[in-house]
Design a protein around this ligand. Structure first.
Ligand code: PEP
Ligand code: MG
Length: 570
């Protein structure tokens, strides 16, 4: 047995065999054939099996995750039936007398290179499709199986170097009991998705894929960030017990589902949830969420081959607002770039994507992407309590430009005869230090702030949130971060505005008493953190915590802060 320590990314305990999600070795020797007809037959068979597989994956994805995610497989099926791609492969086998895998490889590479270099975005996107589907066909020719997360139909724990958000979206909750990855941190998007899917997960283990073999029994302890490989019978029994205890603990928490979040001295705060899709709302309500503090709309744009239409977006936003029944819903406009890539937008590869052309920077330069989203939001506004939030605001000019486009679309919609609410609050994410520093000036113009600590910490400490080597600098309790947060809260309150936090820090049990003492109004977190947070807050005395404010803000290190707050709240 071996224990692998990683980062606790999503709570809960999973016990199952390992399923390795990886691309296998598909290399082969290029050889000639004296039986081209046989090779053509092999190719046709491999194409047929691949099509059947894709149909299955498409159906599974549609059933388990939804139409949007399934659409990508329709595009893949089209590629496999395209005679312009398939006929040249057969011609090559006949004329050059090469084996099927060689013909497939050469023709696919030629098309991929050709499409990759085209000016047209749609055509460039097809290069990725051709690569995906021809890899599948090649695997069949070589008799090698490639893993399909959507097709998993027995209880497993997925292990991988990393999981992209769309890989994560394809995981079927019924069978995937947990996952563990080599890279990533608590705020990487696979970790965030795991929490919204309520799948126990450990990330950033550095060695899971090199240590664990296919079908080996493992335990993922998402509470402690631990993976146990080949556990003994005693360990399995111990973790079954821990699973039961965790389930009991959850039942205790559930008693507070419909209770308000009131501190021991009678002050009320709001506990909201972060979501990625309309399907997540059920989990929010089940976990006693009082609001949606962050709807990350980028998931609407992922796992597709083109931009979502205004209508598709309208349907999604309306669904979230209706399900929340007049409870506040803060929708963040598209935050693409950084670690959130969209193939079809053809974003340039950047050396420092987190500091690059992302979020509001991209939207202000690409109004054809931005405006349909704003229109969809404005049209949906009459179905609930909508608040709109712009991400990655670094300057007042950016906020003013974004707001002007929003108001322009509002006017246009009204002229077109649409009903639009006049009560929509317009706020910003505070996740760039420049904005946190001049929060006072911003507070005069915005309706609310939501502090995005996942990014604010990485920018303030100059420590990439995805890079494990500098993860020791990712310090939420660092006095520099706390002083910035305090400045944002004081500035907002002096102008009568409210402040939320939607970074992962808002659900952190060590940070919660500090933030309560600083006067944070709304805490937005993964749905599963809401009830533990409510349990904790109901025992805390806000006035007492507020009296430590000056002392905490003048401390020199994160360690001092943690030690102090632990002593005071134990
Ligand atoms: C943040 O930066 O804290 C945040 C909530 O945004 P994201 O994690 O989506 O970048
Ligand atoms: Mg952010």
């Amino acid at each position: 047995m071996a224990n692998i320590q990683g980062i606790a990314a999503s709570s809960g305990i999973a016990i199952a065999k390992a399923y390795r999600l990886e691309t296998p070795d598909l290399s082969f020797e290029k050889a000639s054939t004296d039986n081209p007809l046989f090779e053509i037959e092999r190719l046709e068979k491999a194409l047929e099996v691949s099509k059947q597989e894709l149909e299955k994956i498409k159906a599974h994805t549609k059933e388990n995750i939804g139409d949007e995610h399934a659409e990508i497989f329709s595009a893949h099926l089209l590629v496999l039936s395209d005679p312009e791609l398939i006929n040249p492969m057969k011609d090559k086998i006949e004329s050059e007398k090469v084996i099927a895998e060689a013909a497939l490889d050469e023709v696919a590479t030629m098309f991929i290179d050709m499409f990759k270099n085209m000016d047209n975005e749609y055509m460039r996107e097809r290069a990725a499709d051709i690569h995906d589907v021809t890899t599948r066909v090649k695997a069949h020719l070589l008799g090698v199986s490639i893993p399909d997360p959507a097709l998993i139909d027995e209880e497993v724990i997925v292990i991988a170097n990393d999981l992209t958000p769309s890989d994560t979206a394809q995981l079927n909750r019924e069978f995937v009991k947990g996952f563990a990855t080599d890279i990533g941190g608590r705020t990487s998007h696979s970790a965030i998705m795991a929490r919204s899917l309520e799948i126990p997960a450990v990330v950033g283990t550095k060695e899971i894929t090199t240590t664990v073999n296919k079908d080996e029994m493992i335990i993922v302890d998402g509470n402690e960030g631990l993976v146990i490989v080949n556990p003994t019978q005693d360990e399995i029994a111990l973790y079954h017990k821990k699973q039961e205890e965790f389930a009991k603990q959850k039942q205790e928490w559930a008693k507070l589902k419909n209770e308000p979040t009131i501190t021991a001295d009678g002050d009320q705060v709001e506990l909201a949830a972060n979501i990625g899709t309309p399907d997540d709302v059920i989990g929010v309500l089940d976990n006693g969420g009082e609001a949606i503090g962050l709807y990350r709309t980028e998931f609407l744009y992922m796992g597709k081959s083109q931009l979502p239409t205004e209508e598709e977006q309208f349907t999604a936003y309306k669904s979230v607002l209706e399900q929340m029944q007049d409870k506040p819903v803060v929708v963040r406009t598209l935050d693409v770039g950084g670690d959130k890539e969209l193939n079809y937008l053809d974003l340039p590869k950047e050396l420092n994507p987190f500091l690059g052309f992302r979020a509001i920077r991209f939207c202000l330069e690409n109004e054809h992407v931005f405006r349909p989203q704003l229109r969809a939001l404005l049209r949906a506004s009459v179905y609930g309590n909508l608040k709109i939030m712009f991400p990655m605001i670094a300057t007042l000019e950016e906020f003013r430009s974004a707001k002007a486009i929003l108001l322009d679309e509002k006017e246009a919609l009204k002229k077109e005869g649409f009903e639009v609410s006049d009560e929509i609050e317009i706020g910003i994410m505070v996740e760039i230090p420049s904005t946190a520093v001049i929060a006072k000036q911003f507070a005069k113009e915005v309706d609310f702030f939501s502090i995005g600590t996942n990014d604010l910490i990485q920018y303030t400490m100059a420590a990439d949130r995805m890079n494990e080597q500098v993860s020791y600098l990712y310090q939420p309790y660092h006095p520099a971060i706390l002083n910035l947060i305090n400045n944002v809260i004081e500035s907002a309150h002096s102008e009568g505005k409210w402040v939320g936090m939607c970074g992962e820090m808002a659900g952190d049990p060590i940070a919660i008493p500090i933030l309560l003492g600083l006067g944070l109004d709304e805490f937005s977190m993964s749905a599963t953190s809401i009830l533990p947070a409510r349990t904790q807050i109901r025992k805390l005395d806000k006035a007492n915590l507020a009296s430590y404010k000056e002392k905490i803000l003048s401390m020199g290190t994160a360690e001092e802060v943690v030690q102090f707050i632990k002593e005071k709240t134990e």
